[in-house]
Design a protein. Sequence first.
Length: 144
Amino acid sequence: MYNADLDGDQPPPPVVQLKNAIEHADGLVLCSPEYNYGIPGVLKNAIDWASRPGFASPLKGKPALIMTASPGTAGGVRAQAQIRDALAATLARPLVRQHIAIAGVAARIQDGHLVDKPTLDIIQTGLHELVEEIRWIAARSQQV
């Protein structure tokens, strides 16, 4: 769990690995289930660790595509809102787009694989938009 007492000059090695992975990524894809109308604790904990130091973390300015899934009819939109709120505090750049919230997820999976074509098409579009955002940011940084 995030612990400010451990968040000093030598954070735990898994935290260093997480921050390095985020730092070297062009963008992020966060896929999450929704539990009890909310974000899983382990994802919130990862965001908390990655958010340090405040206003200068590896999440700052990082484009992020968010996807959620739930066996219920809302598809995880409550968790998605919580993820967006947590990322906003880190100055990350969640894509502004139609939510990818996969309702009734169990019916869309066969043998451990997502097989529902309309859902796969929505995900593909979201990934394409993430790549376009990454390209836009790269082009903009070269102009400055």
